[in-house]
Design a protein around this ligand. Structure first.
Ligand code: HEM
Length: 276
């Protein structure tokens, strides 16, 4: 990962530590996921052998103090990778995103960046953690309940979001909100997925078998999640002399000379045009 922007490298390391800390026990089989040319799982072995242990210990402590951090970091890694590739551009000021909720749309979008249906099902499993605001799912409750949603679950959500535009939030995974496990898929089997994009995974014939499999086999979910996270973490990744190491994470470095402008300006247009 030589000359890989520091923010992106950190995000990848953080994501790797998160994934490993969550799933190391169950995801032993199958060897390391494939890596793009120029990347290495051993980058820090010689330069800073303690790097991963330091990040791991720091995160473990931080997440013990605030479990919401695990979800926030997972999501920020996803957002970084889906906008212009995994280059830390999510840390640049003024980024934003829109959530899409149609599996075929998502699948065709993902295909363009090298991810497939298995990746979509596994990565959506990150919704085993974290929270969602009423505005992210209220259209499934009002003016009337989404028929694909379990009635008991809809009633439960209305306790938190009694009408449109209430500024409140609820857990993504009703069963085990703070545990990284496969219960998110059990939610989907019971029509208790919060977002249409999640529930659609169980409706769509292409993705349904994997949802069912993950619901009954947590090790299979962990194994695929590791692979898909590493895959996602390499979308349009910059290696060698590409990119820049920002002096301030939130702004691109000033161009050193005419013609030396780096492609960070595309971030804003990418955010506006890409569907997240
Ligand atoms: C496939 C398309 C996806 C859609 C449409 C989607 C949509 C959403 C929405 C609407 C929220 C709630 C935001 C809010 O109301 O505050 C959310 C939260 C979250 N998403 Fe996704 N998401 C997707 C994929 C992913 C992926 C790939 C990951 C990570 C691998 C991820 C991780 C998370 C996490 C961890 C949260 C909780 C954040 C927190 O509690 O701070 N999502 N997502």
């Amino acid at each position: 990962m030589a000359s890989f922007p520091s923010a992106a490298r950190l995000l990848l390391l953080v994501a790797a530590a998160l994934v490993l800390s969550s799933v190391s026990a169950a995801a032993g089989a199958g060897g390391s996921p494939p890596l793009a040319k120029g990347l290495s799982f051993e980058f820090y072995r010689a330069r800073c052998p303690q790097a991963e242990a330091i990040v791991f210990a720091f995160l473990k402590d931080a997440i013990r103090k605030d479990v919401g951090l695990a979800a926030a970091l997972l999501r920020i890694h996803f957002h970084d990778c889906f906008v212009q590739g995994c280059d830390g551009s999510v840390l640049l000021d003024r980024t934003n995103g829109v959530d899409s909720e149609k599996v075929p749309v998502l699948l065709s979008f993902l295909a363009k960046i090298g991810l497939n249906a298995d990746d979509l099902v596994a990565l959506s499993g990150a919704h085993t953690l974290g929270i969602a605001h009423c505005g992210s799912f209220e259209e499934r409750l009002f003016p009337k309940d989404d028929p694909t949603m379990d009635k008991f679950f809809a009633g439960h959500l209305k306790l938190t979001c009694p009408r449109l535009k209430v500024d409140n939030f609820t857990a993504n995974d009703i069963r085990t909100p703070d545990v990284f496990d496969n219960k998110f898929y059990v939610d989907l089997l019971n029509r208790q997925g919060l977002f249409t994009s999640d529930q659609d995974l169980h409706t769509d014939a292409k993705t349904k078998p994997m949802v069912t499999r993950f619901a009954v086999d947590q090790a299979a979910f962990f194994d695929q999640f590791v692979k898909s996270m590493v895959k996602m973490g390499q979308i349009n990744v910059l290696t060698g002399n590409q990119g820049q190491i920002r002096t301030d994470c939130s702004v691109p470095n000033a161009a050193r000379s005419a013609g030396d402008e780096l492609p960070w300006s595309v971030v804003e247009t990418a955010v506006e045009t890409l569907v997240l």
